[in-house]
Design a protein. Sequence first.
Length: 329
Amino acid sequence: MRSMSQLGNDLYTGKTSFPFIGRRRLWFLIAAILVVGSALVPLFRPIQFSIEFTGGSQFTVNGVTTTDQLLATDAVQSVVPDATTKVVTIGDDAVRVQTDQMTDADSREVSAALAEAYDVPESEVSYSFIGPSWGADVTRTSLWGLAIFLALTFLILALYFRTWKMSVSAIIGLVDVLVITIGVYALFGFEISPAAVIGFLTILSYALYDTTVVFDKIRENTSEDGEVSGRTFGESVNLAVNQTLVRSINTTVVAVLPTGAILFIGLIWVGAQTLTDLSLSIFVGTIVAAYSTIFVAAPLYSLLRENEPAIRARDERVLAARELAGVPA
C-alpha cells in the first residue's frame, strides 16, 4: 500500500491520475443535484434565523441548579400561552431563553416566572429585546457584505489571472459552497446567526484560497500546452488538479480537525453559542469548499476554455500528432 507521500509523488508526475476533467459531466450532475437539493430544503424545512435577524425577547437565567429546558418553556407559556420559545443551556449553571417580541409588562412577568421556576433571585434573570428594524439592518448589512466580497473576488481574480473565465469559475464555485452549506444548516435545523455569517465569509475566503492555489498550478501547466508538452488543454488542467490534490486534502484535514475540536468544546462542554455557530459554519464549509474547488471550479474552467479557437486548434494538432505516432488515446 502506497504512503501518502508516494501517492502525492505519483499524482504530481502523472503516474497516477484521477479523471477530474474527463468525468466532469458526472461531477457537474452531482453538483447540480446538491445545489438544487440544498435550495429546495428550505421549502420543506425553513431556515432558522437567530433573534438578531428576526427580532424578539431574550432572557438569561444565571446560577441555576438544574438546566431542565422544560422548566423555562413552561414558565414562559404560563405568562404568554402562545409564545414560541427556544431554550439553550449555557455551561452548567445558566439557561438562555429566546421568545417572540414581548411587551415590557410581559417581559417582567416572564422574568419573575423564570426566577421562580429555577428557584433563583429575580436579580439573576436578565432580559433584553431586539426590534425588527435592527434585525432588518443586520440582514441588509450581511447581504451587502456578501455582495461586496463576491464582486471584489471577481475583480481581483480577473486581474491576477488575466482572464475573466477563471473569475467566473471561481465565483460559481464559491456560490456552490455557500448554497450547499446553507442547505446543510436548513436540513439539520442549525440556526443562522451573525456569528454563522462571519463563518460563511471565512469559509468563502478559504475556498477562494484553495481555488487560487489550484488555478495557479493550472495556469503554470497550460502555459506549456501544445506539441511541446504533448498534452491537450483538458489534460493539463487535470494534471494540475491531481498535482495539488494531496495539498488540498492535507489543508482541509488540518483546518477541519481544530475546527471540529472547537465545535465539540463549544457545543458539548462550554455551551458557548457564538463559538458553536462560528465553528459549525467553518467546519461544514471547509469540507464543501475542498469538494467545490476540485469537482466544480477546475472542470468548469476547462470547459469554458476548451472551445476557444486557438486552444481547440492546438488540441487537434496534439491529438493528430499522437495518433500519427501510434500513441493510444
